[in-house]
Design a protein around this ligand. Structure first.
Ligand SMILES: [Mg+2]
Length: 112
């Protein structure tokens, strides 16, 4: 399967919204959707890595699918607010790299 760049994905999501999704939900609705999807990630992780168990008859959702749901909604919000995610993640990683160059190495909690 060929690589899917962030830019490709932004375009694919836009095409999907315009064909299958009809239109974007409002920005605030998508914020609520994002919170909902992050909650679904938390639910899977709580049951997989934490102490919570599934209810009788409940099937555990796939973490990969829930993470993809989060990325989808983030991409919708980026598209409808005019954000180029490729540019945004590049700048964000540069910022983190500069800001945290020594910070984590010097954190005694990470070096126990
Ligand atoms: Mg989901």
């Amino acid at each position: 399967m060929p690589d899917l760049t962030i830019n490709d994905y932004q375009k694919k999501v836009g095409d999907w919204i315009n064909s299958i999704g009809v239109r974007y939900f409002s920005e605030l609705t998508n914020l609520a959707q994002l919170v909902e999807e992050v909650g679904e990630v938390a639910r899977v992780m709580s049951r997989t890595y934490g102490d919570q168990s599934c209810k009788p008859g409940e099937s555990k959702a796939e973490l990969s699918d829930e993470l993809a749901d989060v990325i989808f909604v983030v991409t919708c919000i980026a598209n409808q607010t005019g954000i180029d995610l490729t540019d945004a993640v590049r700048k964000n990683l540069d910022k983190k790299s500069e800001r945290d160059r020594e910070r984590h190495r010097r954190n005694p909690k990470l070096n126990r």
